[in-house]
Design a protein around this ligand. Sequence first.
Ligand SMILES: [Zn+2]
Length: 265
Amino acid sequence: MRTVQFELMRPGEFLEERERFSVAYLPVGPLEWHGPHMPFGTDPLNAQAVACGVAERIGGVVFPPLFCGTEEARTPKLLNWMGFEDDSQYVVGMDVPSNPIKSCYFPEELFGTILRANLLQIISLGFRIVVIVNGHGAAGQLRTGARLAREFTNTTKSQVLFCRAMQKLDETDDRLGHANIVETSMQMYVSGESVQLDKLPPREIPLKTSEWGIADGYLMTGESVNEGHTVEHDPRDATAELGKRYIENGIERVAKEVLRAYGEK
Ligand SMILES: [Zn+2]
């Protein structure tokens, strides 16, 4: 099978693929705390798996993941939703005070500069479409990615798309979150041995977001936060099989977006 990864390609292979299907993919996400049971690279690695899946299905060249992402300090309201009583605490992203190690977040303005430089480099290689495959859901990450995609679509010869690697299976799906069942399952599917569920406490102990830095999506949006501020879509129920469904869902949705743009351009 042909390789889809830029770093493994020889010039001839690269030129042939750019001629055949002129699309590049850039997986992006921070090295970030994902609970004691998952690796720091979960976001960019999941994004890479989706990007490679899309390229294998429809074509294109996947660039090495950009291990880079941004977060900001939680607002008092978000701190309450996460289960902190003291809403004056300084908590950045998922770095709750009990974590033994901090995430490698970049400030938003630096993230923007780094992503800009990477995109311009890929654009200069002459692709019709460049796809940012984003693995991290922070507001600043989404804002910056969408802003640069719009800017470069209008100021360069490439069309730049901003896509999410992790997406709902259907409209009623409320399970997406941070290091919860969905992300843990995805990582299990992508790289089984990097996930160790036994690093989490026994099943009967509820996982409080403020203590474990693990969260359901609604803890971030404030919709239906449960009284204990605990994770309902529990990572201890994760399976590689469920992860496969989410990775394949991401591949299908991103492929559809790329094909639509490719047909229009
Ligand atoms: Zn994540």
